[in-house]
Design a protein around this ligand. Sequence first.
Ligand SMILES: Cc1ncc(COP(=O)(O)O)c(C=O)c1O
Length: 362
Amino acid sequence: MLFNKELSKIKPYQPGKPIEEVRRILRLKEVYKLASNEIPFVPTYIKNSILKELKNINRYPQSDCFYLRKIVAKKFNILPEQIIFGNGSDEIITLCVRAFINRGDEVIVAYPTFLIYEIQAKIGGARIVQVPLKNFKYDLNGMLNKITSRTKIIFIANPDNPTGTYVNEEEVSNFLKKIGNNILVFFDEAYSEFAPQDFPNTSQFLKKKSNIIFTRTFSKIYGLAGLRIGYGITSKKIAFILNKVREPFNVNRFAQIAAIEALKNNAFLKKVLSYIKKEKNYLYEQLKILNINFIESATNFVLINLKDAKSFSNYLLKKGIIVRELSSWGLRGFIRVTVGKHKENRLFIEHLKNYLARFEGG
Ligand SMILES: Cc1ncc(COP(=O)(O)O)c(C=O)c1O
């Protein structure tokens, strides 16, 4: 076979439809995207720094993200050598598979969860061991029970996508006590900034246990998804190994500059956090009034249980609202809706009401 035979087992990842595509194909003027868990605000305060950086675009970016690295190290009180930067935090997943997996090794993932772990691990030739969620939450004990001598990586989305649930400090602490030194535990913390107080402080665990990595992203609360930048924090030794399998210029100039600005701007972060909280509560209240089940979320999206999920998401698309229908993730009868601006959330609820009245006689 000419190509990597593992690829025959993989379906390409289907991202949320872009606004531009829906506008073009459905000939709609107003399109709202509540499908990829981005925030609904543009961090325009980075504009001047981005414009200033234009004069350097004929030169490659810094390979080691030198200035950004210093700021992140200070934020977590760790050594700069403990950080690995990626073209989005997605890339850190790829790098870990590349660096840790030999053909036939086992990777433990939840089911369902963020699909990239499984896709990347399969490409790397790993055997995937799935552990079903328990009551929409990661079953950490179930994961421990699946460990064998071939287990190399355990992926934990915390908080999880698409459920929005999380495992807390105590649960993670108990879990880590039972993990040996020959397994990498990968905590994907893309939505951690939205999570409650008892969310684990993973950098503290890292002080006692070196075979942990946790990732953060600038794509969610910082509003920089279009620039593609994220990072992983781990032991010096693992970061050194991951650096070997990294493309030398994987993080572009604008992304580095914007991320530095973002980490300096606490006010933006606070504003986003309180806006999302308020709007998430608005969605909860409205769903309760409509008697629709949903999962309480530690993120900026909500998993909603609807008998007609597929037909409702098609109905919404025609009205210009993009949400995520989750049957391809193994969650038939569910949609995931990103918390948007109030106008978008209100429109979503109005369409939901109209849909229920028209198609379900509600
Ligand atoms: C759980 C989870 N991890 C990682 C990512 C990817 O983030 P990034 O944009 O940093 O690659 C996403 C994006 O939706 C996500 O939901």
